[in-house]
Design a protein around this ligand. Structure first.
Ligand code: AN0
Ligand code: CP
Length: 317
């Protein structure tokens, strides 16, 4: 593996899960692999889990880790090509990226959808420039359309907790007051499609994800029906994809909040969410604090997914 931006980069999923299980059981087995190697973590957006778990993964592999928040202390970066730079942005990505590349061996980048242009977001304008100009392996730490380190951790978690070979996994939209990217659900869909699980997506009308991700998926608009017999409920809010509402909140319907009554329709399902989560919007306190909530072990597995990915990249440097 050179870059890690989507499910295709990880190769065979069963092999990847096996590698992750080894890493989880032997976190320090490769502590010499990253000696004298530096990982740079570049954040254009906020983060708690990705920031900490990816650093921890790099440290477990013996790497040095340097974190830069672009919006706190770095120069404001121009990202448009061919512009006259007479605005408030003193530096262009075209210089900043190769300079950052010159200081490290692997670059992680977090760059959310900006909702200014669907084309820019869905062409992964920022991430592709890092791949093109850094000269280094690039790891997506949530880009405009995908969050593969999260999805890999989600898969590892489902494999740990599943009680049947082919569990029923349900991705459900839930309400939220702000516009959120489609990256987490897109990516979850992409990874679930690569398994042999039974997979159902449920959301209100108007919240259809990009067909490029959901093609071939079962979509059930009746949330209660979707929950019947589920083994895992994966909740997430996302903003609308379809025009003219791209990036907009078109509903905050609280009847979609995941509560105990809905969880009772499942086959004693586990509750999952990538976090951060807004309590009593996405999910009630009762469910997230209940015995079937696995959000904390799910977040803990972010170290495992990151370490498995970084290890593969280091082995191919
Ligand atoms: C982000 C999102 O929905 O993509 C990050 C989730 C990992 N969430 C928020 O901005 C609240
Ligand atoms: N799940 C996740 O990526 O969390 P952060 O945004 O805190 O990194």
């Amino acid at each position: 593996m050179r870059h890690f931006t989507c499910v295709n980069d990880i190769g065979d999923l069963k092999e990847a899960v096996k590698k992750a299980q080894y890493v989880k059981q032997n976190p320090y087995a490769d502590s010499a692999l990253g000696k004298n190697k530096t990982m740079l973590l570049i954040f254009f957006n906020s983060s708690l889990r990705t920031r900490l778990s990816t650093q921890k993964a790099a440290l477990n592999l013996g790497m040095n880790a340097i974190v830069l928040d672009i919006n706190q202390g770095a120069w404001k970066l121009e990202t448009e090509l061919g512009v006259v730079m007479d605005s408030d942005k003193p530096e262009h990505l075209l210089e900043a990226i190769p300079v950052m590349g010159s200081y490290c061996d692997i670059i992680g980048v977090r760059s959310f959808a900006r909702f200014e242009s669907k084309d820019d977001d869905y062409s992964e304008k920022i991430l592709t420039q890092f791949i093109k100009y850094s000269g280094r392996p690039v790891v997506s730490m949530e880009a405009a359309t995908r969050h593969p380190l999260q999805s890999f951790a989600d898969l590892i978690t489902i494999e740990e907790y599943k009680k049947r070979e082919r569990p029923k996994v349900v991705l459900t939209w839930a309400p939220h007051p702000k516009s959120l990217p489609q990256a987490v659900p897109n990516s979850f869909v992409e990874w679930m499609k690569a398994t042999d699980y039974e997979f159902v997506i449920t959301h209100p009308h108007g919240y259809e994800l990009s067909p490029s991700f959901t093609e071939g998926c079962t979509i059930e608009y009746d949330q209660k029906k979707a929950f019947e017999g589920a083994d895992f409920i994966y909740a997430k809010n996302w903003s609308a994809f379809a025009d003219p509402n791209y990036g907009k909140v078109i509903s905050m319907d609280k009847s979609w909040t995941v509560d105990k009554a809905k969880m009772d329709l499942t086959d004693n399902a586990f509750f999952m969410h990538c976090l951060p989560v807004r309590r009593n919007m996405i999910v009630t306190d009762e469910v997230i604090d209940g015995p079937n909530s696995i959000v904390i072990p799910e977040a803990a597995n972010r170290v495992v997914s990151a370490q498995t990915v970084l290890k593969e990249i280091l082995l191919n440097l």
